[in-house]
Design a protein around this ligand. Structure first.
Ligand SMILES: NC(=O)c1ccc[n+]([C@@H]2O[C@H](COP(=O)([O-])OP(=O)(O)OC[C@H]3O[C@@H](n4cnc5c(N)ncnc54)[C@H](O)[C@@H]3O)[C@@H](O)[C@H]2O)c1
Length: 364
């Protein structure tokens, strides 16, 4: 069995999804935008096991975040249909809606902060205009539920009281990505109130796990692992005492699946996080111990927009409303991430480095 599928099946066994959730998903047709991405690929593998032989997962992805063929090592699954196309494109939207999905998980995005600082209009085109088109198509096609991948950093800004709770929002965001993702939540709420489309906003916090290839605009964990394995200098922006709420991708997938099931979640927003803080220095230490090598750390200035000293999410609301139960912790579960790197290292090495000033997201 493909290793990614095996890992996800193991996780599914551990969390013991109740039978009402299993029967909700059985035989469904589900559209996942951004399904080739770091989080989307894990979600699609899990959904493929849930819908079974009579269901179908349609992945809509323009592959802008990827170099080469199947860099995220997506397994060959007979109930997953890949449609390569852009969510802003009407012909592509007609193609995927012709499959009659009843649920949508919208994960496609112009990823992420620095990329959007470099290309603000492209960020808004995908994250705002693309979303509006998808919401309109969802309405016209009587979609049952629409789950939106929001982002904690896009709602709470830098000055929220910890742990970050859903009732706070900041008007002082520091990148176009954050602004556009927040606007995305507002549009989902608008379609909920105006048209009764059942939208759910899931706020993610720094995800890690198999399927994320490092790169210029990617997250700290895949980049640290990659630099450590290639004996490169590892730049730490700031003092290294900054903290993040690192969340295992399987726990995020659990939250997505549950938020789509529970009717109490409709029209609401939830943090999906680990509820624990880890500093960047601790993270470097964990990776160093796991790889059994001394890392070549270099402390450099923070990027101007990166003003968040600490991030810690409250997960009480998700626990209460959707029975969210994260079971992973970074110290143990980073192993799967590192092993995935080691298993796929030739591919990852080939696709990891994008030319400077040019990102995968703007490649034609
Ligand atoms: N990774 C995190 O830590 C994190 C944190 C908060 C929020 N999020 C949100 O979660 C979602 C998934 O994140 P990810 O880490 O998997 O990102 P990702 O970049 O790996 O995945 C996004 C996918 O969307 C695709 N895409 C981009 N523009 C598109 C377009 N116009 N049309 C069709 N497909 C397009 C990309 O090719 C990519 O496969 C995003 O919406 C992101 O904003 C992620």
């Amino acid at each position: 069995m493909h290793k990614r599928l095996q890992l996800i099946k193991q996780y599914k066994k551990q969390i013991k999804l109740p039978s009402k959730i299993l029967s909700f998903y059985k035989s469904k047709t589900i559209l996942v935008t951004g399904g080739a991405g770091a989080i989307g690929s894990n979600l699609c593998i899990m959904l493929s096991t849930l819908v079974g032989r009579n269901g179908k997962i349609i992945v809509l992805d323009n592959m802008s975040a990827h170099l080469g063929n199947n860099p995220a090592d997506f397994p060959n699954l007979s109930n997953v249909l890949f449609v390569k196309g852009d969510l802003r494109d009407e012909i592509t939207l007609k193609r995927v809606f012709r499959e009659n999905p009843s649920l949508i998980f919208h994960l496609a995005a112009f990823f992420a902060n620095q990329n959007s600082v470099d290309f603000p209009e492209l960020s808004a085109e995908t994250d705002v205009i693309g979303l509006i088109k998808l919401l309109d198509y969802s309405l016209m096609n009587n979609i049952e539920k629409f789950v939106y991948a929001s982002s904690g950093c896009s709602i709470y800004g830098s000055y929220g009281k910890l742990p970050l709770k859903e009732d706070f929002m900041s008007m002082h965001l520091t990148t176009p990505y954050q602004i556009n993702k927040m606007v995305g939540e507002m549009y989902c709420n608008y379609y909920f109130h105006q048209y009764g489309l059942k939208t759910i906003n899931c706020r993610f916090f720094n995800s890690y796990g198999p399927g994320e290839v490092p790169g210029q605009y990617r997250n700290v964990i895949p980049n640290f692992i990659y630099w450590a394995l290639t004996d490169k200098i590892i730049p730490i922006t700031g003092t290294g005492n900054e903290t993040r709420d690192f969340t295992n991708v399987n726990d995020l997938v659990q939250g997505l699946i549950k938020s789509c099931y529970y009717s109490e979640a409709e029209g609401k927003a939830f943090n999906l996080a680990s509820g624990k803080e880890t500093s960047i220095n601790e993270l470097a230490n964990i990776i160093s111990k796991k790889l059994n090598k001394k890392l070549n750390l270099e402390y450099v200035n923070s990027r101007k927009w990166d003003t968040k000293k600490r991030i810690l999410a409250s997960i009480s609301l998700a626990k209460k409303t959707i029975d969210y139960k994260p079971i992973c912790n970074i110290r143990d579960n980073i192993d799967d991430n590192i092993n995935w790197f080691l298993d796929n290292f030739d591919n990852i090495r080939k696709y990891a480095d994008f030319p400077l000033g040019m990102n995968s997201a703007v490649r034609k």
